[in-house]
Design a protein around this ligand. Structure first.
Ligand code: NIG
Ligand code: FE
Length: 425
């Protein structure tokens, strides 16, 4: 898969997103604005890795490059913006069908919670996933991954969570593994067995939580099918106590944790910090004490404005308050059939600008390096620096601010993964 040698040259704006020297950690506060922009720049990739980053004229003078120029694939990026491939750190791609009835009911005035209580929502996606062959699910996931790459995404966190039996959650994770083996990008799998309590356990959620802890988590861990365990901790899903219990089971089985927190209601976050969660996602409702706590941790607040948009909500998470306080913030699509059927990171970034008052440069760092921190892959992903994976997105725009500016169209002209061009328009 790894191409021999690839040179992107004459780049109009190269967003390296490299850290200030000596700094290592997710970007916070004003650091989120620093994109390390180089003009008329070049990136050389060898064996799937970035080997040098600098000015085009210096790259072309390099003795190694002069000698090997014929062996290089050279791509002219005049008037283009090159940035690290997006890291989409929150997606739910293992489903079969769109939820069009929910869509219409919401347009007619029903809320997400009312629809869920009436048997729609997450529970209505379960039957068909339980019945589906693994290969069908794998092909659905692969289709989504390809669509994401076309929009500039090169690393994706993918959750199970529409099976909610031991068998169908493991089948979903196997489908993710199968799709990942056929996609050149990087897939980080997450077990979301604790998405909702399925109807056969209604009224005895504790019994279901025990199955998650005693069966799903140990089996997923033993078979190395998941890197993270996620819990939807909220009204109508899992309680804080159940979430702690599930986090403890994950820890015992050597898996890291993350959670959907504060989407519909506020849950105190401080008690969970002892599990060192990689991220708390959604964060529409969060109190000031918890914000202060998060400033001292590497747990990333992953905001998913696509869900607010698609649910037609007036309010969005308070990104400004989180960023200005010093909480590391990432952006993700939350790709799923109920609340956010979009594959596009630029769409999430555009919503972050218009509805959460994030600056374009902040959305770019949140969609790359901080996504990488949220998945604990920042040693390899999320910035353009020698030694990191050669995962790059090339946008047909002259100024990086145009990436979130042109909404509803795809301006990604080329996607490079592991030094190979995987999409070109
Ligand atoms: O992130 N909140 C829980 N999970 C998803 C929604 C999943 C669905 O509705 O299918 C979310 O919004
Ligand atoms: Fe989600």
């Amino acid at each position: 898969m790894h191409s021999e040698a690839l040179l992107l040259a004459n780049i109009g704006q190269l967003l390296t997103i490299r850290a200030a020297s000596g700094y290592s950690g997710p970007r916070r506060g004003t650091d989120l604005k620093h994109l390390g922009v180089l003009k008329d720049a070049a990136v050389l990739c060898l064996g799937g890795k970035i080997v040098s980053v600098g000015m085009t004229k210096d790259a072309l003078r390099d003795p190694w490059l002069k000698k090997n120029r014929k062996k290089l694939t050279e791509i002219d990026c005049t008037s283009k913006v090159v940035l690290p491939g997006f890291v989409d750190s929150h997606t739910h791609p293992v489903f079969v069908s769109p939820r069009l009835v929910d869509f219409e009911k919401r347009i007619e005035g029903a809320s997400y919670e009312q629809i869920a209580e009436a048997g729609g929502g997450i529970r209505s996606s379960l039957d068909v996933v339980r019945r589906a062959r693994k290969q069908v699910l794998a092909d659905k996931v692969l289709g989504a991954l390809h669509g994401m790459a076309v929009h500039g995404t090169t690393t994706v966190e993918t959750k199970s969570g529409y099976g909610l039996t031991v068998e169908s959650e493991l089948k979903s994770l196997e489908a993710i593994r199968n799709a990942a083996s056929r996609w050149p990008g990087t897939v980080v799998p997450t077990l979301l067995g604790a998405h909702v309590v399925p109807k056969e356990f209604q009224g005895c959620s504790q019994k279901y939580a025990e199955i998650v802890c005693k069966e799903m988590i140990p089996q997923a861990a033993r078979r190395k099918l998941a890197r993270f365990v996620d819990v939807f901790c909220d009204n109508g899903a899992f309680t804080a106590e159940e979430t702690e219990q599930i986090f403890a089971a994950a820890e015992e089985n050597g898996l890291s944790v993350r959670a959907h927190m504060g989407q519909l209601s506020e849950t105190r976050l401080q008690p969970f910090l002892r599990f060192n969660p990689a991220s708390f996602d959604h964060m529409d409702h969060v109190n000031d004490d918890d914000i202060a706590q998060l400033t001292g941790h590497d747990t990333v607040a992953t905001l998913v404005p696509g869900a607010n948009y698609f649910l037609g909500l007036k309010d969005y998470p308070n990104a400004r308050k989180l960023i200005d306080a010093g909480v590391p913030v990432a952006l993700a699509t939350d790709y799923n059939p109920g609340t956010s059927p979009t594959l596009s990171m630029p769409m999430a970034m555009s919503l972050a600008c218009t509805h959460m008052k994030m600056l374009p440069q902040e959305t770019i760092a949140a969609a790359t390096i901080n996504g990488a921190w949220a998945l604990r892959v920042a040693d390899r992903k999320g910035s353009i620096e020698p030694g990191k994976d050669a995962d790059l997105a090339v946008f047909a725009v002259e100024d990086y601010r145009e990436i979130p500016y042109w909404f509803g169209v795809n301006r990604c002209a080329m996607t490079v993964i592991g030094g190979s061009v995987v999409h070109k328009r």
